[in-house]
Ligand binder design. Structure first.
Ligand SMILES: [Mn+2]
Length: 276
């Protein structure tokens, strides 16, 4: 475990990850296990939806890489990294054990501190609120499906649209624009993301924080929103991103897949257990 010597560039003061969704097929546990095994940090924050046990889902999925991820996290704790776990809505079962959000300490489990929310002080003196973000679902009204359309998906959609409309014409139906529908969906998604960022930043500002670190919407971002630093760690289903703090307090969004030129089409190693 963690046998490979980490390159000095993978040493951080703190690392924040969220939305890994362990227990689902979508989790890029292979990439995540590599990242966790290679990096070193003083503080590791697990910002929710780490394990996906949402409403006792029927399609539980676990393979050797999911094991590697869990072992790597426990190893970090053993090696002296302060690991903080802030559960999200998909791992809300852990929330039941916890004292109210603003209490000084959480509950310690296997060397990991589990808390409803956390505060982090950067090396440069910035005070950050660390929360998953689903607390704001009531305020943020999402589009029916907050879809993520990449350029290639969009191009494919347009091709499908041409075929679809040939069929519709043959059957005597009027033209239906998939691209307009998709554009509308994307617009709604962008608006929802904006509402989320605004709501969290406003709350962090109201509570006197310099910034907020969150997850939940699977959209990695680091930007100033109304004078507050808004950081979203992204996810390990699609983006494979982490927020890292360098030793001088500098924050950076690390795109693990891009840095390592990983292909999302690469198949994962053979699963040891898979249940549908
Ligand atoms: Mn979530």
């Amino acid at each position: 475990m963690n046998a490979a010597l980490p390159s000095s560039s993978l040493r951080y003061r703190s690392v924040f990850i969220s939305d890994t969704h362990l227990g689902t097929k979508g989790c890029r546990s292979d990439f995540l296990a590599d990242f966790l095994g290679q990096m070193r940090c003083e503080q590791l924050f697990l910002v929710g939806d780490i394990v996906d046990g949402w409403r006792l889902r029927k399609a539980w999925y676990w393979d050797a890489n999911h094991d590697r991820v869990v072992r790597a996290i426990l190893q970090h704790a053993k090696d002296g990294t302060h690991v903080t776990y802030v559960p999200g809505n998909h791992d809300e079962m852990f929330r039941a054990w916890l004292p109210p959000a603003q209490e000084a300490r959480g509950v310690e489990v296997a060397g990991i501190e589990v808390r409803r929310e956390a505060t982090h002080m950067t090396a440069s003196g910035k005070r950050l609120l660390v929360i998953h973000g689903d607390e704001f679902d009531g305020v943020v009204r999402y589009a029916n499906s907050v879809a993520h359309f990449g350029d290639s998906a969009y191009t494919t959609a347009l091709t499908v649209n041409r075929w679809l409309n040939s069929v519709l014409r043959l059957l005597g139906f009027p033209y239906w624009s998939l691209s307009q529908w998709l554009k509308q969906r994307v617009k709604q998604a962008v608006k929802a993301i904006d509402r989320f960022e605004t709501a969290l930043s406003a709350d962090a500002a109201r509570r006197g924080f310099d910034g907020v670190v969150c997850g939940h919407i699977h959209h990695a971002e680091m930007r100033r929103v109304n004078g507050v630093l808004y950081c979203n760690t992204g996810d390990w289903v699609e983006s494979c991103t982490a927020l890292v703090e360098h030793h001088d307090g500098r924050l950076e969004l690390l795109d693990w897949a891009a840095v390592n030129k990983l292909s999302f089409f690469r198949s994962k190693s053979t699963p040891v257990a898979a249940e549908a």
